[in-house]
Design a protein around this ligand. Structure first.
Ligand code: MG
Length: 224
């Protein structure tokens, strides 16, 4: 039977968070703070990110704000430039589909209706989708500010989906799995080892929908 497959993008179709982790590591190492541990520096950065907003462009601003707060010497343009460079590297990175994604999307698109659902900065996400080369396999694409239970309820109504024949597929328990299940959809959880720590959450036991957990995107071919 034809299903509606709503698919997350970052860290489900392509690598994303690992580039942020590399940038944080490079920044923390370079900062080499005399009193704060890497985890403490990270906590200051997290706070800046919550204020500044998410996405690579905002991340660069958050790095700069963190540096201004933690610098143990006079803040000069030369060092600020270096700090911004750590963030700018994220956008410079070529987009890399995860293993098996291209073949699996080709396979799924021929059998089911695919909808891309990603959250974040509108322009940045659009650009990533374009660079991915898989855009044409989706019936449509949605870029949202937040993925919560209301987002999923809205998608069901707006796209006139049958919740029982709709699956949310993604790597984030907090944004993809739990709210989709709470909205009465089914879900496929595909953990990624470098999931952003803001997205960590326990997967809640299923009440209505069905829940599958797979080790890789390619395994979808065995179920759909
Ligand atoms: Mg994701």
């Amino acid at each position: 039977m034809r299903q509606h497959l709503v698919i997350d993008a970052d860290d489900t179709l392509w690598e994303n968070n690992i580039y942020f982790e590399h940038a944080v590591h490079a920044f923390t190492t370079w900062l080499n703070h005399s009193r704060l541990t890497a985890a403490e520096v990270r906590a200051v950065l997290d706070e800046a990110e919550r204020l500044m907003g998410y996405g690579a462009a905002n991340f660069t601003k958050s790095l700069e704000a963190t540096y201004r707060r933690l610098a143990e010497k006079e803040v000069v343009e030369h060092d600020l430039k270096q700090v911004r460079h750590f963030g700018e590297q994220i956008l410079a990175h070529p987009l890399q589909l995860l293993d098996g994604v291209q073949e699996t999307l080709d396979y799924l698109a021929a059998r089911h209706e695919l909808i891309l659902l990603t959250k974040g900065d509108l322009e940045e996400q659009k650009l990533k989708v374009e660079r991915s080369g898989v855009e044409q396999l989706f019936r449509h694409m949605m870029i949202v500010h937040e993925k919560d239970v209301h987002t999923y309820q809205h998608i069901v109504t707006e796209s006139q989906l049958d919740p029982q024949a709709t699956w949310m597929i993604g790597n984030s328990p907090r944004s993809d799995i739990n709210p989709a299940l709470a909205a009465g959809l089914n879900a496929v959880y595909i953990p990624h080892p470098h999931t952003w720590h803001f997205e960590h959450e326990e997967v809640v036991p299923v009440r209505k929908g069905r829940l599958l957990q797979l080790a890789s995107f390619g395994e979808l071919r065995s179920y759909f």
